[in-house]
Design a protein around this ligand. Structure first.
Ligand SMILES: [Zn+2]
Length: 256
């Protein structure tokens, strides 16, 4: 009998490990949803709407979808019209040990005919267009008190400052790019608008996050038709659904 028990021991151990790993898989994934800009920082302007209001509406809608889904838990970096420093947004995700960080923004371009979505992971920009986008988004820190200290003297308006992003790689780059691709694929399907693809640039809000992290430019507020779409509740619903679906597909595929 004693010998039998000893023989069974590895099976008990295997069972315990299996049960524990199943619990880990069953645990809902924590998503930090980050509505770009807010408060004194309006972000980009359309003809009628401000970026900060559209990003908040989409973030709230996405949070609602995630809360109804047992696979996820959610934290918002802001749920009202308030100013939140970029570094604090990343801190919120790190402190909560989040599994994903999704920052939502609207794009803008002086050429009013440019439209479509693009999703970024942290990295070196490959074109002047992408540099223009990241410089505009990062310039939010100029409204933060003591930004030079917080971001180690980083000047968001200096092209040279962005060389730093060619020298470093986000620990979760591969995963971030995979999530970004799923978001773009789902945006095409749900919103029937063109995707401008998955890109990389030195977004300060993604700089210090320690989980797969993306910044989604959901569309161009400078494009009159797209501005209307982004501000409409149907448009916001489609975008939120696309990001939700992308996160679901990501966790269903496993986090290898
Ligand atoms: Zn923005």
């Amino acid at each position: 009998m004693g010998k039998g028990r000893r023989l069974m021991r590895p099976f008990f151990l295997f069972g315990a490990v299996w049960i524990l790993s199943s619990f880990r898989l069953l645990k809902p994934a924590l998503v930090v949803v980050d509505a770009g800009h807010g408060g004194k920082d309006p972000g980009a302007h359309g003809k009628v709407y401000k970026e900060k209001d559209i990003t908040l509406a989409v973030a709230l809608r996405l949070a609602e979808l995630l809360r109804k889904d047992s696979h996820f838990r959610v934290i918002l970096t802001r749920d009202t019209d308030t100013f939140v420093e970029l570094v604090r947004r990343a801190d919120t995700a790190n402190k909560a040990h989040a599994d994903f960080f999704v920052s939502i923004h609207c794009n803008a371009n002086p050429k009013k005919d440019i439209h479509g979505s693009e999703t970024y992971a942290l990295g070196e920009h490959k074109s002047q267009d992408n540099l223009t986008v990241v410089m505009r988004e990062n310039s939010s820190i100029l409204m933060e008190e003591g930004y030079q200290r917080t971001y180690d003297g980083f000047d968001p308006n200096s092209e040279e400052a962005y060389i730093i992003f060619s020298l470093m790689q986000h620990a979760f780059l591969k995963q971030s790019l995979r999530l970004a691709k799923k978001i773009e694929d789902n945006l095409i399907e749900k919103t029937k608008r063109p995707s401008r693809g998955v890109k990389q640039a030195g977004f300060l809000v993604l700089w210090r996050t320690s989980m797969p992290s993306v910044l989604c430019e959901i569309g161009f507020i400078s494009h009159p038709q797209e501005e209307k779409f982004l501000a409409s509740s149907a448009g916001q619903e489609y975008i939120a659904q696309a990001i939700h679906q992308a996160l679901r597909q990501y966790i269903a595929a496993g986090q290898e």
